[in-house]
Design a protein around this ligand. Structure first.
Ligand code: SF4
Length: 457
């Protein structure tokens, strides 16, 4: 499963891979690497037929410099960008800088990730040539092959572009492949990320894009593939194993009931593979636990295998009415029971709560504050958020989240005492920014997009 070309990742200018005809110039940003590493891994599984060189560019100037070097060598260049909705304006400014500095040569600018998938028209209008919509691995490999060989990339599955009149044109939808098809990170570069063990989600929380981007069913990575990832981590001298999953205790399950036998097999495999000096983190960042899954039995299981003593539990609201309208699929008592079970097993729960969700009244917000205070008294700390009307979610057109005044004062007090943390104030500004630039149907720029159409060769 793991194989690939020479590592040229840290070299800013082309020239290290002899005979390369294509430079992949990846806009590399710390904290936004997991998806990009998965794409590099996909190229190892489905490599292009032409030699290529990879560059991780840490600024717009580095993207522009690398592209200029590539063009100067007579090569083709493909720049690659992945960003979330709040980052979109900054990335648009960077792309304008890059375009202004590199006006000649065969250069294609490609965007992917959650924002580009959900707002392809707006992203293309902002200046990218192509967008990968949905699952990126195979679409990315296909685009690299097409750009590298000079064949047409328009109309490839999982991609979109604008026609001459500014209308969105999409290729066929990207195929949703088994997770084992591609590794989570490349083998030949010293680039590592948590192991993605589950993709898609059977739940349908209305503020979340996961089930709508990756489908409303789970696809799990098989144990053999997980074992191989752990072997590579250990081979690199790493000793920590972490996971990417929408809901940790859903591993191995096809529905809403956890499969604890599958979870135990996963954890036992990882503990054995990483060795006695290694550590396995589960139910902690960057993944979380649903409250109704946090039972005494499940927590005893985790306590036997995992190194983390903090677990992240998604509560989201202290109002049953808001939980119901957001489609969470659990109630407030489930949250209290989860925190008790986690604390009894020796964990410190960190509980996510979102303020300002659509339809939340000041009384609902104060119900969340009451829940927060109760959970703190049980031994939890609270990660407070403000609702973001994210593109690609059913609530994308709802008002920006705002924390009501009384709840705001309570949060400030609890933050000062160290029991509450999080960027809920900054998220209020981000939410307002998202709401200010969206359009009713698509795109994050003023103006209405034309109706999308399918690519016809
Ligand atoms: S918030 Fe979590 S449980 Fe809900 S749909 Fe998103 S990933 Fe699934």
């Amino acid at each position: 499963m793991f194989s690939g070309p020479v590592d040229a990742a840290r070299r800013p200018y082309p020239g290290r891979v002899p005979g390369a005809v294509l430079d992949l110039v990846i806009r590399y940003r710390k904290g936004r690497t997991y998806g990009l590493y998965a794409l590099l891994a996909a190229l190892e599984v489905e490599p292009p037929s032409v030699p290529y060189e990879v560059h991780l560019a840490r600024s717009a100037a580095e993207v522009a410099g690398t592209v200029a070097g590539s063009v100067g060598c007579g090569r083709r260049a493909l720049t690659v960008w992945s960003f979330l909705s709040p980052d979109a304006p900054a990335m648009e400014r960077e792309l304008r800088e890059v375009r202004a500095a590199t006006s000649t040569g065969e250069v294609t600018h490609l965007a992917g990730g959650v924002h580009a998938s959900t707002e392809p028209w707006g992203v293309l209008r902002a200046g990218w040539d192509a967008v990968v919509v949905g699952e990126g691995e195979r679409a990315f490999a296909s685009i690299v092959e097409a750009v590298g060989t000079g064949s047409g990339w328009r109309g490839l599955p999982g991609t979109a572009y604008l026609d001459g009149e500014g209308a969105l044109v999409k290729g066929p939808p990207a195929e949703r492949l088994p997770l084992d098809r591609f590794p989570s990170f490349p083998s030949t570069r010293n680039l590592t990320s948590p192991i993605e063990i589950t993709r898609g989600c059977v739940y349908a929380c209305r503020f979340c894009g996961t089930p709508f981007l990756f489908s409303a069913r789970f696809r799990h990575r098989g144990i053999a593939s997980v074992r191989e990832h752990v072997r590579v981590l250990r081979h690199r001298g790493l000793r920590d194993v972490r996971f990417i999953t929408p809901t940790s205790l859903s591993y191995g399950s096809s529905g809403s009931e956890p499969d604890l036998a599958a979870v135990e097999e996963l954890l036992a495999t990882c503990v054995e593979g990483i060795g006695p000096d290694g550590r396995v983190f589960f139910g902690s960042f960057p993944s979380e636990l649903r409250p109704e899954h946090v039972t005494p039995e499940a927590m005893r299981l985790l306590a036997r295998y995992v190194a983390n003593r903090e677990v992240i539990i998604g509560a989201q609201s202290g109002s049953d009415a808001v939980l119901a309208s957001s489609g969470r699929g659990h109630d407030v008592p489930a949250v209290r029971e989860a925190v008790r079970a986690a604390v009894a097993a020796g964990f410190r729960p960190s509980v996510d709560v979102i303020f300002g969700m659509p339809g939340e009244s000041p009384d609902d917000a104060m119900a969340s504050i009451a829940l927060v205070e109760h959970l703190i008294s049980l031994g939890a700390r609270i990660h407070a958020h403000t609702f973001l009307p994210l593109p690609g979610t059913p609530w994308r057109n709802e008002p920006a989240g705002r924390v009501p005044d009384a709840a705001r004062r309570a949060l400030a007090t609890l933050t000062a005492s160290g029991d509450v943390y999080g960027s809920w104030e900054r998220q209020e500004r981000i939410a307002a920014g998202l709401a200010a630039v969206r359009t009713p149907t698509s795109g994050h720029r003023p103006g209405r997009p034309r109706a999308p159409r399918r690519h016809r060769p």
